[in-house]
Ligand binder design. Structure first.
Ligand SMILES: [Zn+2]
Length: 381
């Protein structure tokens, strides 16, 4: 189903997702889009090539996955043997790629060496960007400790530093936005990371750590359901991206859903999901750069990543905005907007081929069924 970029490939008279009424002839060379031209000449007779209409979209970029986690509760993973864990991780990568996600930013748990091992050993050409071990409550011990921790993290080769700035589903709703670090510690981490050429993503449900994120100039905040209208304005102004990971809270809120969490957690997730639609509305109105991320972390969720498009649209994004969040915006947030996320000449040929117009299908389930193939282009990042 996926294909690690033959040297040359071409598609004739295909549609580009989101561009209505025009067909294109597209050629790929050495894993890069070589030429893209609007199709000309007479429509071929019926029965000749193309036998069916096809649509091409840039590969989806999921900015928030946890590909190394196999269980909702980490203690359950510790009961598994190493080989089983590795095979489950490989299946997570495969399922993610098969659903059209060609690039994933792992938001914690997957070491760069493990990612590389999985990609090579299991021949899954997913592009994986990795984060540090998450810096959280156990690291709120002052800047001397943080300096040492960060140096250890840089040694692993991770490109992103992940700060757990607030609680999450494990915290009671009235305390969930309390900061985990002091402001001094928080800004120290961001400055330190930037000085070492790393990018920073911040888990925050809202509150003062959103303001700290803007002040320190992080690359993205994650979740952010309790974002206020004025904070949305500040994010937009300062160019800090917002990766809301909306669908996971809706899934977690459903006691009969695939996560089947206990009622206390379901209730917290439901309140988070309710707040999210406001956060998305504020962000959209202010012009915040919104990125697509799922926070999917278990075998029941990997491979269903496209559900995030549905939730983003339910919360007020247009279809074009949701797809932009998953392609062009996400590439920019990764710092790869000049090479990834578009069907354009000179761009890396990561793409999804559909046999129906992705803008016309009902939902993610149906979209998934219309995937014909997933292409991954040049391996240069
Ligand atoms: Zn996460």
């Amino acid at each position: 189903m996926s294909n690690n970029g033959p040297r040359a490939q071409s598609f004739n008279r295909v549609y580009i997702t989101g561009i209505q009424g025009k067909r294109f002839d597209i050629s790929i060379r050495d894993g890069v889009f070589h030429s893209i031209a609007e199709s000309s000449g007479p429509v071929p007779d019926e029965g000749t090539v193309p036998a069916q209409d096809l649509w091409i979209s840039p590969g989806i970029i999921d900015l928030h996955t946890h590909l190394a986690w196999t269980d909702f509760d980490h203690t359950d993973q510790l009961k598994r043997d190493i080989q089983e864990i590795e095979e489950m991780q490989a299946r997570a990568l495969e399922a993610t790629l098969r659903t059209g996600v060609t690039t994933a930013r792992d938001a914690g748990g997957l070491l760069p060496g493990t990612a590389q091992h999985l990609v090579q050993t299991y021949q899954v050409p997913l592009r994986v960007h990795t984060s540090s071990e998450m810096l959280g409550a156990a690291d709120a011990k002052g800047t001397i400790h943080l300096d040492q921790r960060l140096k250890q993290i840089y040694d692993t080769g991770a490109g992103w530093v992940k700060i757990m700035a607030t609680g999450g589903l494990g915290a009671p709703t009235e305390k969930v936005t309390d900061p985990v670090f002091s402001e001094e510690e928080f800004s120290f981490i961001v400055r330190h990371a930037h000085e070492h050429g790393k990018r920073v993503l911040v888990h925050t449900w809202g509150g003062v750590t959103v303001d700290w994120s803007v002040d320190a100039g992080v690359e993205s905040i994650e979740h952010g359901m309790f974002l206020t209208e004025s904070q949305a304005g500040r994010l937009a102004e300062s160019g800090v991206a917002f990766v809301p990971t909306t669908s996971i809270y809706r899934i977690a809120a459903d006691p009969k859903g695939v996560l089947a969490l206990n009622p206390v957690i379901c209730d917290r997730a439901a309140r988070a999901a309710e707040a999210h639609s406001n956060a998305i509305a504020y962000a959209k109105r202010a012009g915040v750069q919104i990125g697509f991320g799922t926070d999917y972390a278990t075998p029941a969720l990997h491979g269903y990543n496209l559900q995030e498009l549905d939730t983003l649209m339910d919360y007020g994004l247009t279809r074009a905005e949701a797809w932009q969040a998953a392609t062009g915006n996400a590439a920019e947030i990764l710092g790869w907007g000049h090479r990834l996320g578009r069907i354009a000449e000179g761009y890396i040929a990561d793409a999804v081929i559909f046999d129906a117009d992705p803008y016309m299908v009902d939902d993610a389930d149906s979209l998934r069924k219309h995937i014909v193939s997933v292409l991954t282009g040049a391996r240069e990042l």
